[in-house]
Structure formats: structure tokens, C-alpha cells
Design a binder for this molecule. Structure first.
Ligand code: CAA
Length: 384
């Protein structure tokens, strides 16, 4: 049977960063609550001329530069923070990247889980025709109300993945465990730019989906827990992944130490929650920061509030380090420009109604920018 999985993967984030130590000081909160209690250090914040489209295109660009567009007939764009009720954000990316006209492009939505649905669909497309490759983009801006408990768990970022046969990074194994339940733990009404969240319920819903998905994985013939060498969980804040590992250990009776996931945290501590991209930013961090993982099995858990969960596994391919770009990812994260709290709050509250033409100020130094709104439509362009 053909091996199929993630052939390459790249991450992008925003121009600005807010330091959570500053946010804590301003709120009169002990900074240790954010650094240790939530496991977060900073959060990426988009400029007025950045959004899920510009980050998604930026993440996908190096993949196309390295591997070309041959065989790419499908672009699947996963997001919670969509920019249009009808048109896929992927179509803006398709144009910005000059992708072939002979393609299908579609947007996936189920909170933070969407990228895993897109990845599983991509595996299906490639299984049907191993000559095809699928571009999967996950991109999100996580926004909660100012002053809310969720505020320090905001963030922004994108991960693009090229899914192909005989992949260079991670072969995804066929068995998955899935879980779905209608629960109001986190959602975003159509007229709201910030998420509504029941924080306590969201933690138990996440952990409940994990154990249901794990039991389904086992029932479907998945490997035993002792055959999994590393774990990578969805990270709305990195402490949540620690709670997940503890929960799985209690549920299975296995001894699971934090060393089995420690290397997944480096990027997410910096980016904050990237919703759909968070699990895959964790995977990028694991591949970039752990010892040689060739031949090792990674267990991945994807969670999207509302709620859907999926547990699946992947085998790291020999030679995977040749495709990793840790230095450029770290340089991008370190190169973000600090945003003071007054400017952050102003950007957070800015609204640009779609019925008024608006020209975005030029701030981003990324490859693409949101130019503004003209004739009710969003306009994007390459930065000069
Ligand atoms: N030093 C060290 N730790 C401290 C501390 C200090 N001075 N003060 C508090 N802490 C610890 C607390 O003990 C707690 O740790 P434990 O949970 O391990 O006990 C942690 O810091 C957080 O403290 P609180 O529980 O008091 O924090 P809070 O109630 O203010 O907010 C939250 C926490 C509910 C998660 C909130 O940040 C939130 O609503 N976030 C958004 C929702 C979310 O991310 N949910 C996750 C599951 S849903 C999901 O995964 C989908 C998604 O992406 C949104």
C-alpha cells in the first residue's frame, strides 16, 4: 500500500507581537499565571494589512518554491476566522501564489479541528491518485474580548502542508479515532469578531473528546499506547497539552511523562493560539527541536470546540531533517515587532465594514498584504 502523508510543512506568523508579561502587569496579574499557569510567553498580533489570507499565502510560498506546483490540483484552506461567508479564503491565496487554473479550492470549518479534516481529505485525494499532491493551509487569528480570561490565550499564525505519496516528513497511518458532540464550549456568532467561550466547559469538553477519540482509535485497531514514541496535542495554550497527557495517562493507566511532548511547545508558547494551525505548529516544533525522530511514531490529537476530536498517528520518515527550516522559522518569530498595549487595543477594536471602501495602511513586511476593501470585496496584493 502506498505511503501517504506530510511531504513538507512551513509556518508563518504576523508582523507584531505582544509580550504577555506586559499584559499581566497591566492587568495586575502575576506574570507566572501566564508563563507557568497557561504556559504562554507572547502572542502574535496581525497588523491592519495582515489576516488569515496573507499568513496562509506566506506559509505556502516556501513549499511551492521548494517543490513546484506539479500535481497540485487541490487547495484545502482550514480556518475558524474566515474573511467571507461564502468565498473560500483559499481563492485569494490561489491568486496571490499564481497557482494553476486547473484546481479545486475549498474552505473547511469546524473551529480548531478544520485542518485535520482537510488533512484527512487530502490523504483521500492522494490515495485515489498517488500522482496528485494537495496543498493544505491552516490559518487563524484567535481573538477574545479585551479583559476576558481568554485574552492571554489569543494568537495568530498559519501552517501550510504539502500532502503527497512517499512523503519526506511524516507518513500518516490509516487508523483514526474520532469523537463528536454538540457542546457550547466555544463558538463565534456570525456578528461577532471575538469568540464566546465557557472556559471551564472547554477544558472538560477537550479532555472528554480525547478519551472518546482514544477509545475509538483502540477499537478501530490502532497501536497500543506503548508503541507511541511522542505525543502532539492541540495547544490552545501549552498547559492544555500537559493536562491532555495527564488525562490520557489516567484513562489508559500508562505512565506518560512530559518528555514525550516537551519539544512540541517552543513555537506555540510564542505564537499563542493559532486555532487550526496550532496542532501543526506543535508538530513543526517537535520535528525541529527533538532528537533524531526518524522511524519514531507520533500520536496526534486534534480538537475543535463545538466539538470534534481526532486521534491519529504518523511515522517520521528517514532523512526528514533535510527538509526542516528551524533557523528561518525561529528568525521569523524573533523578528516580530513589539506592539505596546495601547496600539494593540486600538488594533483589536478596529472594524472596517464591508460596505465602505477602505485602504489598509502599509505596515507588514511579509510577502503579501491585505490592501483593503473596494466595491465591497477584499483586495490582496504582493508587497512591493
Ligand atoms: N503562578 C503559576 N500558576 C498560576 C498562577 C501563578 N501565580 N495563578 C494561576 N495559576 C494557574 C492556575 O492554577 C491554572 O492552572 P491549572 O489549570 O493547571 O490549575 C492556570 O494558571 C490558569 O488559571 P485559571 O484557571 O484561574 O485561569 P482563568 O480562569 O483566568 O482562565 C482559561 C483560563 C479558562 C483557560 C482561559 O484562558 C480561557 O477561557 N481561554 C480560552 C478557552 C480555551 O483556550 N480553552 C481550551 C480548550 S478549548 C480548545 O482547545 C479550542 C480552542 O483552541 C479555543
Amino acid at each position: 500500500m502506498t505511503s501517504i502523508g506530510i511531504h513538507d510543512l512551513a509556518l508563518a506568523t504576523t508582523h507584531h507581537v505582544v509580550d504577555l508579561a506586559e499584559l499581566a502587569e497591566d492587568a495586575g496579574v502575576d506574570p507566572a499565571k501566564y508563563h507557568i499557569g497557561l504556559g504562554q510567553d507572547r502572542m502574535s498580533v496581525p497588523t491592519a494589512d495582515e489576516d488569515i489570507v496573507t499568513m496562509g499565502a506566506e506559509a505556502a510560498l516556501p513549499l511551492l518554491q521548494r517543490h513546484g506546483t506539479d500535481g497540485i490540483r487541490t487547495l484545502l484552506f482550514a480556518t475558524e476566522s474566515g474573511v467571507d461567508q461564502s468565498k473560500s479564503a483559499g481563492l485569494f491565496v490561489h491568486e496571490l501564489l499564481g497557482l494553476p487554473r486547473t484546481m479545486r479550492v475549498v474552505e473547511f470549518k469546524q473551529a480548531c479541528y478544520g485542518a485535520t479534516a482537510a488533512l484527512q481529505s487530502a490523504l483521500g485525494f492522494v490515495a485515489r491518485n498517488p500522482q496528485e499532491r494537495v496543498l493544505v493551509i491552516s490559518s487563524d487569528v484567535a481573538r477574545y474580548e479585551l479583559g476576558s480570561a481568554g485574552e492571554p490565550t489569543q494568537g495568530a499564525g498559519a501552517v501550510a502542508m504539502l500532502v503527497a505519496a512517499d512523503p519526506a516528513l511524516l507518513e500518516i497511518e490509516p487508523v483514526s479515532g474520532v469523537a463528536a458532540r454538540d457542546v457550547d464550549d466555544f463558538w463565534r456568532p456570525n456578528d461577532s469578531t471575538t469568540a464566546v467561550v465557557d472556559g471551564r466547559l472547554s477544558l472538560t469538553a477537550y479532555l472528554g473528546a480525547l478519551t472518546t477519540a482514544w477509545d475509538d482509535f483502540t477499537a478501530a485497531g490502532g497501536v497500543g499506547i506503548e508503541q507511541i514514541d511522542r505525543f502532539c496535542f492541540h495547544q490552545p495554550f501549552t498547559k492544555m497539552a500537559r493536562k491532555a497527557l495527564t488525562g490520557l495517562a489516567q484513562h489508559t493507566g500508562a505512565t506518560l511523562t512530559d518528555e514525550l511532548q516537551e519539544a512540541t511547545f517552543a513555537y506555540n508558547r510564542e505564537l499563542g493560539n493559532t486555532y487550526t494551525a496550532s496542532l501543526y505548529a506543535g508538530l513543526a516544533s517537535l520535528l525541529d527541536h527533538d532528537d533524531d525522530l526518524a522511524g519514531r511514531r507520533i500520536g496526534l490529537f486534534s480538537y475543535g470546540s463545538g466539538a470534534v476530536g481526532e486521534f491519529f498517528t504518523g511515522l517520521v520518515r528517514p532523512g526528514y531533517q533535510q527538509l526542516r527550516r528551524r533557523e528561518s522559522t525561529e528568525a521569523q518569530i524573533a523578528g516580530r515587532v513589539r506592539l505596546g498595549l495601547p496600539a494593540y487595543r486600538e488594533l483589536h477594536g478596529a472594524e472596517h465594514p464591508s460596505d465602505t471602501d477602505w485602504e489598509a495602511p502599509s505596515v507588514t513586511e511579509g510577502a503579501f498584504r491585505f490592501a483593503g476593501i473596494r466595491d465591497r470585496a477584499r483586495r490582496y496584493e504582493a508587497t512591493p
